[in-house]
Write a protein that binds this ligand. Structure first.
Ligand code: ADP
Ligand code: MG
Length: 256
């Protein structure tokens, strides 16, 4: 794998819903190859931030850069092709489709013809489809779900479905992976495994990770840096040890 050298720079972004400023001039930078946590109370603006990065919500002001690319320079549906992968808090899998097909769905955004060239299955795309399938299987192996390739995704355990959803996000060969509460609904041993997996994605694939997660044990154990949001504003941005001692952060979030 080539070394990831692209920072994700969030520069003074604001997102407005009517009278609510869900994000108020927020800035932070996810350094290449790091795990960057985004934490804060419910309603702080964490998911809004993900939705701004993936262009689901428009920016009222500010800009978002991935390396030299301004994410506003491409249509929303091409964001993945710039190198942004996203796994969802509520699983975004097609239950009746096989694991490998779910992960292949993630790769459609990479192909020149997009989804249609797959749907039509022109003979000249068969070879590249084979190549894509091989890569999708490789990603599933990495995520530890390689033994389930041909089972319907809906039949897998909740933990394994989470892994398939992350595999789907990695299938776009991202520079940065957005993870929204990957450990939600998991027990202690599943959470520990998820934590290992997130580390492996950083260390073995060199992919940066922007992580929203409420499990502070997990966050403080693996994050290289932490940004704290409260009421749409950046309250703190530092290494975990400093954030944990920050009186404002304790008052707004960690103390509760
Ligand atoms: P978090 O993920 O940190 O819990 P959110 O980003 O979901 O917080 O929400 C931040 C604020 O923006 C909240 O006040 C929420 O009600 C508001 N908000 C989020 N999405 C929308 C939307 N689509 N329409 C209106 N308000 C929204
Ligand atoms: Mg949220």
């Amino acid at each position: 794998a080539t070394r990831n050298v692209k920072p994700l720079q969030i520069e003074d972004i604001s997102v407005r819903f009517g009278g609510i400023l869900a994000l108020d001039s927020v800035s932070f930078t996810v350094a290449p190859g790091t795990i960057h946590a985004l934490i804060g109370p419910n309603g702080a603006g964490k998911s809004t931030c993900f939705n701004a990065i993936t262009r689901i919500y428009p920016l009222a002001s500010g800009r978002i850069l991935l390396g030299d690319n301004d994410l506003a320079s491409v249509p929303g549906h091409r964001i993945a092709s710039l190198g942004v992968g996203r796994a969802f808090q509520n699983l975004a899998l097609v239950d009746s489709a096989t694991v490998i097909d779910n992960v292949m769905l993630g790769r459609y955004s990479l192909t020149k013809g997009g989804f249609l060239s797959y749907a039509v299955r022109a003979p000249w795309t068969m070879k590249s489809e084979r190549r894509h399938a091989d890569r999708a299987a490789e990603i599933c192996d990495f995520l530890g779900v390689g033994q389930h390739l041909h089972r319907p995704a809906g039949m897998l355990s909740y933990g394994d479905q989470k892994r398939v959803d992350i595999a789907r996000a990695l299938a776009v060969e991202p520079t940065i992976l957005l993870l929204d509460e990957p450990a939600a609904g998991m027990n202690a041993s599943e959470t520990a495994e998820m934590s290992e997996l997130i580390r492996d994605i950083r260390d073995e694939l060199g992919i940066s990770i922007l992580l929203v997660e409420h499990d502070m044990g997990l966050v403080m154990g693996i994050a290289d840096r932490v940004t704290v949001l409260d009421f749409g504003r950046r309250l703190a941005d530092d290494v975990p040890a400093a954030v944990q001692k920050d009186p404002e952060v304790i008052r707004a979030y960690l103390g509760s």
